[in-house]
Unconditional design. Sequence first.
Length: 72
Amino acid sequence: MDVTGGKDVEGQNVQVYTRHKGANQHWKIVYVDTAEDQSKGLNKYFGFRINKPFYIVSRLPMNRIVYNTGGN
């Protein structure tokens, strides 16, 4: 994923783009509930915790969260 144009502004589009290792392509996963729940486990194929809601957060300076507003 890529923040379009590398602009760290509210409402900026996110797109699928060729990997170029720019700052606008760095992301982190932040789980809503950070408490460890051993009963849910880790999906080793995808690297996500099973049944734990999360946010995708940009690593640009403002740490904006990705959300979908009806796009594909």
